[in-house]
Ligand binder design. Structure first.
Ligand code: ATP
Ligand code: MG
Length: 572
C-alpha cells in the first residue's frame, strides 16, 4: 500500500478523552476514528489487523471442530422473552439497542446470540445422532454500555467471535468446553500475549464452569489473583482464599456487652478492646430482593457482594438504609451483630468467622459491643459460605502458597451453560431410548476488536505501537527519503515490487515528506520492520534494516533484507 493514498492521518497530540495508551495510540496512529460515543471507524490499518486476528481464530475454531456461520444482527423480541432475558437486557441493564420496526414488531440489535443460536439448533437437532454440534461466527455486536470508554476496549459497537456447543450430556459438554479452552490458549499464544486463563464468576447464568482469558496490563479493569506455587488463578470476582489461622484461647470467657461510645469500624474496635483485628467481626445488613440478610465476615476482611448475591440467588443486593437498620437492630449503624436479631433476618457468615474463641461483634445496641462471644453458647452457628473478598497476600485456596494480584483485560470468556437455554427454549433431542432430553450447551466469546486494543495496551513504548508480525497490519514499513530524486524513486519502486513478489506485506512511504516526519510516523504506526532507502544506502546498493523493537539498524543488501524479513515475520 502506498502511504500517499492511505487513509488514517497521524496526530502528534493525544485526544483529551483518551485515558489509556491503546486508546490514545490507536487514534494518533490513524487506526481508529470516533463517530460517536463508543462507536468507531475501523480504519484500513486496523482492519488488516482485525482480519489477521480473525484468521487465527478461524483456524483454531476449525481445530476445535466448530463450523462457521453468520447469524442475523437483528433479533426478534419474542426469542428473548422465551429465554426470559428481555427484561434484564432492556429495563434492568439497559444494554440492549431495541426498537420497533415499521410493522410494529419490537426487535433488537444482538448484544449476544444464545437465543438465536438455540432457535437455529432446535430446528436442526432431532435425535442423539445429530449431536454434538458446534458453531461460531465473527460478527458485530451492539451493547449500549453505560460508560463506553478506552476506545475499542469498551465500545457500543464491536466485533466478537462467539461460538456455541451443543451436546447430549454433561460429559459431552465437558469435552466441547475443553476443546475450546485449548483453542483459546492457542489463540492467545499465537497472537503473543502475556496472559492468564482464570476461573471466572458464572453469575446469573450459573453452570458449572467458566474461564476468562486475561491479557495482563496495568490499565486493565479486572483484578486477577494467582498463585505461583501452584497454578491457581481466578478473577477477584470469584477468587477464594485461605486466611491465616491464629492460636485460640484455651477457655471460653463469659460474654459481656461493653460500652464503646462511638467506636465504629473493625480497626478502631481492635484498638479500643486491645484485641487482634481478626477477633473483631463485621456484620453488614443487606436487602436481598425481598429478604433481609445479615452477613458476617472476620474484621480483617471485607464482604464480597457478588459472592453473597450468587449464594442467595437474588437479583438485587444492596446495603440496608440507616432507617431499616435502626428498625431491625434497634441501634444506630455500626453496632449490628448476630445476637438478638429478629427471626426473619437470615444470618450468613464467611467460613473464617468460625473457629474463633472469644470473638467480638456488635451488640445491636448503640455504643455497645459484645466481647468474648462464642458460637453454640451465645448464638447459633450461622449458615456458612465463602463471602469474603480474596486479596493479594491471602493464602492460596489450593496450596500453601500466597496469592499475588495483577490487572488484566478480559479478552475472552468461555462458559458451560448447561441446559438453561435449551430448557427455556425447548431445544431437545430424542435419546437412544426415545426419551426427550434437553441439549447441554456451552458458549465461548472472544472480543476481536478488544484483542487489538489489548495488544496495543500491552505492547507499546513512548513513541508508538509495537506490533507482533502475527497481527501487524503490514510486515514492513518501506521508507524512501528524498523521494523527489528520480534515482531513489526508481530504486524504491523496484524494492516495493520485489518485496511484494516475495509475499511480504509492505506499507510504502512514498510521500514527499521530511525524514523526521516519516520516522516518527513509522514508530507510531509500529510495523515490525522498517526499511529505509536514502542517498547514503543507495550509494552502496543497500538498504537500512531496523526492527521496531530494537534501537540499532543494520545495512543490508536487498537479498539479505528479504531473507531477514522472512525470518522475522515467519514468511515461507
Ligand atoms: P465485560 O465484563 O468486559 O463487560 P462481558 O463479560 O459482558 O464483558 P461477554 O459477554 O463475555 O463480555 O463477551 C465476550 C467478549 O466480548 C469479552 O470477553 C470481550 O472481549 C468482548 N466484549 C464485551 N463487551 C465489549 C465491549 N463493550 N467492547 C468491546 N469488546 C467487548
Ligand atoms: Mg465476560
Amino acid at each position: 500500500m502506498r502511504q500517499s493514498r492511505h487513509i488514517g492521518r497521524t496526530l502528534r497530540e493525544a485526544p483529551k478523552d483518551a485515558q489509556t495508551a491503546a486508546h490514545s495510540l490507536m487514534i494518533r496512529a490513524g487506526y481508529i476514528s470516533q463517530l460517536s460515543a463508543g462507536v468507531y471507524v475501523y480504519q484500513p490499518l486496523l482492519l488488516r489487523t482485525l482480519n489477521k486476528i480473525s484468521q487465527i481464530i478461524r483456524e483454531e475454531m476449525a481445530t476445535a471442530g466448530a463450523e462457521e456461520l453468520l447469524m442475523p444482527a437483528i433479533q426478534p423480541k419474542e426469542l428473548w422473552e422465551e429465554s426470559g432475558r428481555w427484561e434484564r437486557y432492556t429495563a434492568v441493564d439497559g444494554i440492549m439497542f431495541a426498537f420497533k420496526d415499521r410493522r410494529g414488531s419490537t426487535v433488537c440489535l444482538g448484544p449476544t446470540h444464545e437465543e438465536v443460536v438455540t432457535d437455529i439448533l432446535r430446528r436442526e437437532v432431532k435425535s442423539y445422532k445429530d449431536l454434538p454440534k458446534c458453531v461460531f461466527q465473527i460478527q458485530t455486536k451492539f451493547r449500549d454500555e453505560i460508560r463506553p470508554r478506552f476506545g475499542l476496549m469498551r465500545a457500543r459497537e464491536f466485533i466478537m467471535k462467539d461460538a456455541y456447543s451443543f451436546d447430549a450430556d454433561e460429559a459431552g459438554q465437558d469435552a466441547s468446553y475443553e476443546a475450546m479452552r485449548q483453542a483459546y490458549h492457542r489463540i492467545c499464544e499465537r497472537v503473543g500475549y502475556t496472559y492468564r486463563a482464570v476461573e471466572a464468576d458464572t453469575g446469573a447464568i450459573g453452570g458449572s464452569g467458566s474461564h476468562e482469558f486475561m491479557v495482563l496490563a496495568d490499565s486493565g479493569e479486572e483484578t486477577v489473583l494467582y498463585c505461583d506455587t501452584c497454578n491457581y488463578a481466578a478473577n477477584q470476582e470469584r477468587a477464594e482464599s485461605r486466611l491465616e489461622q491464629f492460636p485460640q484461647d484455651a477457655e471460653p470467657r463469659p460474654m459481656e456487652a461493653v460500652l464503646g461510645r462511638g467506636i465504629i469500624g473493625a480497626e478502631k474496635l481492635a484498638e479500643f478492646f486491645k484485641i487482634p483485628l481478626w477477633k473483631t467481626t463485621k456484620t453488614l445488613i443487606y436487602e436481598a430482593d425481598d429478604q433481609m440478610v445479615a452477613v458476617m465476615v472476620r474484621g480483617d476482611c471485607d464482604v464480597h457482594e457478588l459472592k453473597v448475591a450468587n449464594h442467595l440467588n437474588v437479583k438485587v443486593l444492596r446495603l440496608a438504609s440507616a432507617e431499616k437498620i435502626r428498625s431491625l437492630t434497634g441501634a444506630e449503624v455500626g453496632y449490628a451483630g448476630p445476637i438478638g436479631l429478629p427471626g426473619h433476618v437470615r444470618v450468613i457468615a464467611d467460613h473464617h468467622v468460625k473457629g474463633r474463641v472469644n470473638f467480638e461483634c456488635g451488640a445491636n445496641q448503640t455504643d455497645y459491643h459484645n466481647i468474648n462471644v462464642n458460637f453454640g453458647r451465645d448464638v447459633a452457628l450461622p449458615e456458612l459460605g465463602d463471602f469474603k473478598l480474596a486479596r493479594e497476600g491471602d493464602g492460596c485456596p489450593r496450596c500453601q502458597g500466597r496469592l499475588k494480584a495483577a490487572k488484566g483485560i478480559e479478552v475472552g470468556h468461555i462458559f458451560k451453560l448447561g441446559t438453561k437455554y435449551s430448557q427455556a427454549m425447548n431445544c431437545s433431542y430424542l435419546d437412544a431410548n426415545s426419551q426427550t432430553q434437553p441439549v447441554v450447551m456451552g458458549c465461548y466469546g472472544i472480543g476481536v476488536s478488544r484483542m487489538a486494543a489489548a495488544w496495543v495496551e500491552q505492547s507499546h513504548d513512548d513513541k508508538g505501537i509495537l506490533w507482533s508480525p502475527q497481527i501487524a497490519p503490514y510486515h514492513v514499513h518501506l521508507i524512501a527519503l528524498n523521494i523527489e530524486d528520480e534515482v531513489i524513486r526508481t530504486q524504491a519502486e523496484a524494492l516495493y515490487a520485489r518485496l511484494q513478489q516475495e509475499g511480504i506485506e509492505v506499507l510504502f512511504d512514498d510521500r514527499p515528506a521530511r525524514a523526521g516526519e516519516k520516522f516518527s510516523d513509522a514508530d507510531l504506526m509500529g510495523l515490525p520492520v522498517r526499511l529505509t532507502l536514502s542517498k547514503r544506502t543507495l550509494e552502496q546498493g543497500k538498504v537500512e534494516f531496523k526492527l521496531r523493537t530494537e534501537k540499532d539498524s543494520t545495512v543490508l543488501s536487498p537479498d539479505e533484507a528479504v531473507e531477514k524479513i522472512k525470518g522475522v515475520c515467519g514468511i515461507r
